[in-house]
Design a protein around this ligand. Structure first.
Ligand code: NAP
Length: 487
């Protein structure tokens, strides 16, 4: 059977490379190659930049209302095509249909709709200074680059392009080479919705394509989602041409459960924050701190529900709620972390092995895994795993848990469960994290800015705050009084 071959999407249409290099894309649930993609070469990159420069001229000259109307049309089309797009995401990532069909496309469309609504209200300010005054203009940056991770490919492409386009920028987007198709579909939808050719371009390939983006002097900004280590490289490369950067990076977030809380809800949060999308979510609460009085009861319920309620298997089966990890390499890395936890003395309560669900024997599955009695110095407590591995740690006092929760180089997210509303806010205000949940976990609506403290990132996505990261301020001083000069 001949496999479909996809290309980069430049100036409103697919563009072939000249050097003929291609790569395979694998369905992680089966281990089978499902299509091939042409790696963008120098010729494709040059075309992408020229196309985005031209697209910027047309798009930035339109009114915000016009841009917003087009983005709203694109959001509606994303929703109309939900099932076809969700199927692409499911096959590219290995996540269950149960999730992809209600989260991935929906949350992408929400962001496009939200920023479509914002496009006509991007305003400056004005102030009187004696008889004179000044005003500010929020101008677009120009050509922006987006570089995405593989866990929420279409959603990430939407979260980057929607604010960029709302502000009048054009974008060149590079999806992860492991999940390249969603971004092409988004480009087709934007184009069909009326986004002019050249405004949203997709370049395909691995880190070499990312490097071409971060080094190109014609690109004004890079918005990156990925690992902290890669983020540092991207930022260093972008600094050579002084691009502005937004960094959405990894985490090792605490979930703090006090003994006055609703136990069932707290267990739900811990499972959601470790096993949803097989644990491949940046904001996961992978360090679960449980107050000692309820520690045993918490673990008992957690183990029971993990053993009984998680259904790993073929992602397309509507009953499956736990899918495959992105690649064999990533599965092996997650298994190494599990081995390290065993070697360092963590108590394995459930999971801890690879899985071979029926019909997916060659897929990259790892069982949902819980380690209890973890300590702050263990490797699985310090490093981001990005897989279904939960570390549970007992604690005694509020003061102690705040100190331990902050004892990490990351600062992406944090969650707290308690019935004491005063304590909830008091603790949250002391946590070094950009995204916090009280008696909830994981929700990230388009209206809410998200981003990390410390090594988890720079800048914010979503919410009105994102608009500041895709515009620059021009100040215009207007003299009404005669100009005084000593010459
Ligand atoms: P990654 O390995 O850092 O890759 C991210 C993207 O960067 C990919 O498109 C990758 O290309 C590209 N890239 C790699 N090296 C590059 C370089 N030198 N210059 C420019 N681009 C380069 O991350 P990942 O494994 O895809 O994703 C998992 C990570 O993303 C986790 O750490 C997770 O926490 C983080 N994440 C964060 C958020 C957030 O909002 N904070 C959201 C989702 C994920 P190729 O892989 O195609 O080679």
């Amino acid at each position: 059977m001949t496999l479909p071959i996809y290309q980069s999407f430049i100036n409103g249409q697919p563009l072939a490379n000249q050097n003929g290099e291609r790569f395979d894309v694998v369905n992680p649930a089966t281990g089978q190659v499902i299509y091939q993609v042409e790696q963008a070469d120098e010729s494709v990159m040059q075309a992408a930049v020229a196309s985005a420069q031209q697209g910027f001229k047309t798009w930035s000259a339109m009114t915000g209302l016009e841009r917003g109307r087009i983005l709203n049309r694109a959001a509606a089309m994303l929703r109309e095509q939900n099932d076809a797009l969700a199927e692409i995401e499911m096959r590219d990532t290995g996540k269950p249909w149960q999730e992809a069909s209600v989260v991935d496309v929906v949350t992408g469309a929400d962001s496009v709709e939200y920023f479509g609504g914002q496009a006509s209200s991007i305003v400056g300010e004005s102030q009187q200074i004696g008889p004179d005054f000044f005003y500010t203009r929020r101008e677009p940056l120009g050509v922006c680059a987006g570089i995405g991770a593989w866990n929420y490919p279409l959603q990430i492409a939407c979260w980057k392009s929607a604010p960029a386009l709302a502000c009048g920028n054009s974008m060149i987007f590079k999806p992860s080479e492991e999940t390249p198709l969603g971004a092409i579909k988004l480009a087709e939808i934007y184009h069909a919705a009326g986004v002019p050719a050249g405004v949203f371009n997709v370049v395909q390939g691995d880190y070499r394509v990312g490097q071409m983006l971060t080094s190109d002097p014609a690109i004004a900004k890079v918005s990156f989602t990925g690992e902290a280590k890669t983020g540092r490289t991207v930022m260093a490369d972008a600094s050579r041409t002084l691009k502005s950067v937004t960094m959405e990076l990894g985490g090792k977030s605490p979930l703090i459960i006090f003994d006055d809380t609703n136990l069932e809800q707290a267990v739900s949060a811990a499972m959601l924050g470790n096993f949803y999308t097989q644990g491949e979510i940046c904001t996961n609460g992978t360090r679960v701190f449980v107050q000692r009085k309820i520690y045993d009861a918490f673990l008992a319920q957690l183990v029971k529900r993990t053993e009984n309620n998680i259904i790993a298997g073929a992602p397309e089966n509507p009953n499956t709620n736990f899918g495959a990890l992105i690649s064999a390499g990533h599965r092996d890395l997650v298994m190494k972390y599990i081995d390290s936890a065993k070697a360092e003395g963590a108590r394995l309560l459930v999971g801890g092995s690879k899985l071979q669900p029926a019909g997916c024997e060659n897929g990259y599955f790892v069982a949902p895994t819980v380690f209890a009695d973890c300590t702050d110095d263990m490797t699985i407590v310090r490093e981001e795993i990005f897989g279904p591995v939960m570390a549970v740690l007992p604690f005694d006092t509020e003061e102690e848990v705040v100190q331990r929760a902050n004892n990490t180089e990351y600062g992406l997210a944090a969650g707290i469960f308690t019935a004491d509303i005063t304590r909830a806010h008091r603790v949250i205000h002391q946590l070094e994290a950009g995204i916090c949940w009280i008696n909830s976990f994981g929700a990230s609506p388009a209206e809410m800015p998200v981003g990390g403290y410390k090594l988890s990132g720079l800048g914010r996505e979503n919410g009105r705050e994102a608009l500041a990261h895709y515009t620059q301020t021009k100040s215009v001083y207007v003299g009404l009084a005669p100009l005084e000069a000593p010459f």
